[in-house]
Design a binder for this molecule. Structure first.
Ligand code: C5P
Length: 223
């Protein structure tokens, strides 16, 4: 069943707003399926990079996207037989994802695949256009934000914890550049759906954000 009767909670927002972690925890709390739509754009970019297809070759990248041999399970992500869980999180792949995501044919190629995740008992969908384009009829929508500085600081801590070197000013600049690209693109730009709850997590920890999202979902679905 993937009819509109299956509930969907959409969680959109800019990168490093904490929405990935929040969305996963909310999905677990509700016992719902989880769609990490950003992973599909990352997989598409990685696939193009590996196949030597230029990231601005719209038809070539869209062809790869429509036949993406992607699998998710046990917290791992697979591209055909390769475990690419870590590979798709590389900065270069994130950059590539943001580029291929601006191509209309690529977005169209991933549309049905994303909607197919709408299965009982429900779905939590994490991305940029979940509430505006993919599931506009979702009964509950949230748009998570945080200042570019707060998001850069979160990313900085993650990188340092993993033993990488990082520069905070460079991360703030990178965050702003990616926001600008995601917000300004002609197709499915990053923007809140008119009926989305705006949640600014600049001064909020993950647990509090999860509670706020769950409260919104319960209120919208009158549980
Ligand atoms: O969320 P994540 O950082 O994994 O997304 C990677 C890139 O994919 C983003 O920078 C954005 O450009 C793109 N994206 C998108 N639409 C989505 C999810 C991600 O355009 N629904």
């Amino acid at each position: 069943m993937n009819a509109p009767s299956v509930p969907v909670l959409t969680i959109d927002g800019p990168s490093a707003s904490g929405k990935g972690t929040v969305a996963e925890r909310v999905a677990r709390a509700l016992g719902f399926h989880f769609l990490d739509s950003g992973a599909l754009y990352r997989l598409t970019a990685l696939s193009a990079m590996q196949a030597g297809v230029a990231l601005d070759d719209e038809a070539g990248v869209a062809k790869l996207a429509s036949a993406l041999p992607a699998r998710f399970g046990d917290g791992r992500v697979w591209l055909a037989d390769a475990d690419v869980t870590e590979a798709i999180r590389a900065e270069a792949v994130g950059e590539g994802a943001s580029k291929v995501a601006a191509l209309p044919a690529v977005r169209a190629a991933l549309l049905d695949r994303q909607r197919a995740y709408r299965q009982a008992p429900g779905l939590v969908a994490d991305g940029r256009d979940m509430g505006t384009v993919i599931f506009p009829d979702a009964p509950a929508k949230v748009f998570l934000t945080a200042s570019a500085e707060a998001r850069a600081e979160r990313r900085y801590k993650q990188l340092i914890e993993k033993g990488n070197s990082a520069s905070l000013p460079a991360l703030v600049a990178d965050m702003r550049a990616r926001d600008a690209r995601d917000t300004a693109r002609a197709v499915a730009p990053l923007k809140p759906a008119p009926d989305a709850l705006l949640l600014d997590t600049t001064h909020m920890d993950i647990a509090l954000a999860v509670e706020a999202v769950l409260a919104h979902y319960r209120e919208q679905s009158k549980i």
